[in-house]
Design a binder for this molecule. Sequence first.
Ligand SMILES: [Ca+2]
Ligand SMILES: [Ca+2]
Length: 451
Amino acid sequence: MIFGKILRARSSLSQEACKEGEMIHISILWKHRCPLLAARWLIAAGIFLILALPVSRCRAQVKFDGIDDDCYLDFTWTEPENAASTLAYYNIYLSVDGGEFSNYDTVSADTYAVPGDSGHTYKIKVAGINSYDEEGLHSPESDEILCLAPSSDTIPPKSTDQLTAEEWQGAVLLTWAPVTLDSLGLPESVSHYIIYRSEAPFFSPQSSDSIAAVATTTYLDEGSGIGSVDHNSYYLITAVDQAGNEGQISNRVAEYDYTIIPNASGYHMFSLILDNGQIVKAKDLGQTVPNCTAVKEWDSQTQSYASLAFKIGETWYGETELHLGYPYYLFVDTSQESTWTIVGGVGEDPVFTLVAPGGNGYNTITVPLSSTISLAKELGESIPHCTAVKSWDPQAQGYVSIAFKVGETWYGEEAIHPGQPYFANVTQGGIWPGGKIADFNPIAFRKRGRN
Ligand SMILES: [Ca+2]
Ligand SMILES: [Ca+2]
C-alpha cells in the first residue's frame, strides 16, 4: 500500500484568473512510502503555480501523478485545454537550496520528477515552449520543498512502559499510551507498533514472535492462551518510526491460568503472579476467583494457616494487603472444572524470606517467571537449607512430596513450572531466590501493571 499526499492543489481555474492569457496550474505531489512498508519520506510544502503559455483558453484540470516509493519530488501541472496545437514542450527551471534557477531539463509531459537529496530544498518553475521554439512566460516559483531521505532519521522511538493487558471476552486486550518522542526525547512520528507474543515470560523478541503491526494503540489478541494452563501468553510491544527505526521493548504483560478442579469444598493454592492493578487486598483476590468464599495464607513463623479474607452473604471482608508473586490458598466450592485467569503486568521476581522456627519449618514459595528450573529436585537444590519440596493437591486437600534430600542427594523428577506455588521445608532461615535480600518493592511492582 502506498500513500501519496497532496499538500495543496487547485482543481480548476476561474475565468477571472485567466486574465492575460493562458494559465496552467502546477502542483507538487508530496509522497512517501507507506509507513508500514518502510523508510522513506519527504517532508514537503505544497505549491501551486500559474503558468502563462502562448496558447488559448484556460481550463485547468489538475492531475496528480507519480505516486511511488522512491525519493523523488513529483511536480505536476495541467496543460491548458487548447494548448496542444501550439505547445511543444516545457522548460524546467530548478533552484536548489535557494540558489539561482537554472534550466534543468525539458519535458513534453505535464509532470516532472526531481530527484531529491536528503537535507536539500528544491523549487521549480516551468515555461511552455511552442512549436516555433518560443518560450512563454515563466510560471511563479513553487514552494520550497525539503527532502528528507530515509537515512536522515536514525533515532528510534522511545519505548513505552505503559503497556497494559486485560481480559476481554476470552481474548487479551492490549492497550498502551501513544509514543510521541524518540529515544533522545525529541518529537517522533510513529508509523506503527509491533506486538510480540511468546510463551517464554522474558523472551527477547524475534520477528517470528511478532503477531501484528498496528497504527492504533490497542490490540485484541484472540489467539492468546487464555483458558489453557499449558499455554500462557506473554506480550511486549515496540514502536516503529516513519523511517523504519524500531524502538526498545515495552514493559511486559501476560495472561496466566490456574485450574479450578471440581470439589465438594476445598482449597486451591494459587500465586498472585501477575499485576492487574485491581487485586490489592485479600478480599480483592477472593472476589476475583469464581465460587471462592475464603482466602488464607501460610504463616511460616507460626507454621499455621492465617485467614485473610472471607465472604458472608454477598459481602467480602479482608483488608490485608497481598504481595505480588506470593502464594495464597483459596477456598472454592464448585461442581464444575474451570480456570481462573489472571491478566496483567509481569513484575520483578518475588523474593522469599524463609524461616525455620525451632530448626525446621515449611514455607510457601512461587517459582519466579524468570526461573529456568525444570525439575523438582533442582528446585529443592536451589533453596538454601532445603530438605523437601511439596505441592498442593486440591483433590486430596493435602500436600504431595515431589522432591527430597537424602544425604547430599536430591530426588524428585516431577516437572516444575514458573508461576506455580510450592511448599518448601528448610532447616535454617534464608532468602530465595538469589541468596541475598533483593530490593523488592511491591508498590513499584504494582505500578508496572494496569493502573
Ligand atoms: Ca525517529
Ligand atoms: Ca493460559
